[in-house]
Design a protein around this ligand. Structure first.
Ligand SMILES: Nc1ncnc2c1ncn2[C@@H]1O[C@H](COP(=O)(O)OP(=O)(O)OP(=O)(O)O)[C@@H](O)[C@H]1O
Length: 291
């Protein structure tokens, strides 16, 4: 099973800080979503409100059409894994699993399989694990919870590159066998882009974009060539970034070129290329960090 999420005009204030401002979107059940945003954009806050760790200041979150706040049955189907896993330092793996198995969908057999696969030392206390090992335990709890809505908030932190690769492969394989709604928040955009079906970009507490990963990956264009010709071809388009070296100009625009502009660009000796999700994200959110 999986779960739908409807976020409506969600505002969350920490005192005077408005971390989320009237955010609205819908997540369909059974998809993998990427939640992107710069430091302080509001990602953790958003997931915390969806999981009812925090109460919205205004607006609402509906899980399968119902208010999640104080609805224990509904919330038992939601799993938010935050950085470091929110574990008790003195606990060992068994204690962590004892708590995790309170969730009805918990799969102990699968959890044990993952412990073997990721070679977790179950004899150690949580505070004796390295940062990466702790993240692996958090990842295992998230996967084996098999919650209808599973959200990973930068679960990769501290994991080395091969472990991250194995983790995302495992996530994908298990998701295909046990479809559920998954939200991945990460700064390693290029690394996870191929696993995402849809992407939400949060910027300064507001929803900047929500689109399919495919559309975002292919929506922009990068043009490099003689400055005048580049200016002519990109006239009227939204320019995300521009730099010039001598008479050569490189411009990034936010949409794909139509066939006529492509033809004109090719005839003018302009090189064209895709922008890619990470570069698009950088351009869309550049120079406007929250702090
Ligand atoms: N407990 C808190 N008290 C006060 N302000 C907070 C608190 N938690 C977060 N904030 C503020 O809310 C805003 C959003 O923070 P949040 O942690 O949601 O961002 P984020 O997108 O997860 O950032 P990062 O990528 O750096 O983890 C920031 O301005 C942050 O300083």
């Amino acid at each position: 099973m999986s779960m739908s999420v409807s976020v409506r005009d969600l505002t969350l204030k920490y005192g005077d800080t408005e971390a989320l401002s009237k955010v609205s979107f819908d997540l369909e059940p059974g998809k993998i979503y990427g939640l992107l945003g710069r430091n302080g954009a509001g990602k953790t806050t958003l997931m915390s409100v969806i999981a009812a760790f925090r109460r919205a200041t205004e607006g609402q979150v509906l899980l399968d059409g119902k208010v999640g706040w104080e609805n224990a049955d509904l919330l038992s189907r939601v799993c938010l894994i935050r950085e470091g896993g929110d574990f008790i330092d003195s606990d060992k793996l068994r204690d962590v699993f004892d708590v995790a198995q309170l969730r009805p969908s918990w799969d102990s057999e699968y959890a044990e399989k993952l412990v073997d696969k990721f070679a977790v030392d179950s004899s150690k206390r949580i505070d004796a694990l390295s940062r990466g090992q702790r993240s692996i335990v958090a990842g295992i709890v998230g996967l084996a919870s098999r919650a209808d809505l599973t959200m990973f908030d930068e679960v990769h932190l501290g994991m080395d590159a091969p472990t991250r690769y194995d983790f995302y492969q495992e996530l994908l394989a298990d998701y295909l066998e046990n479809p559920r709604t998954i939200v991945l928040s990460t700064h390693l955009i290029d690394e996870v882009a191929k696993y995402l079906e849809e992407v939400l970009i949060i910027h300064r507490g507001e929803l900047l974009r929500h689109d399919t990963a495919e559309k975002l990956q292919t929506m922009g264009a990068s043009l490099t060539g003689p400055a005048r010709a580049v200016d002519e071809v990109t006239d009227g388009l939204e320019v995300l970034a521009s730099q010039q070296l001598g008479s050569t100009k490189q411009v990034t625009v936010s949409e794909r070129l139509d066939p006529q502009r492509r033809k004109q660009a090719a005839a003018s000796g302009i090189e064209m290329g895709p922008v890619g999700l990470q570069d698009l994200f950088i351009h869309l959110t550049r120079n406007t960090s929250r702090e």
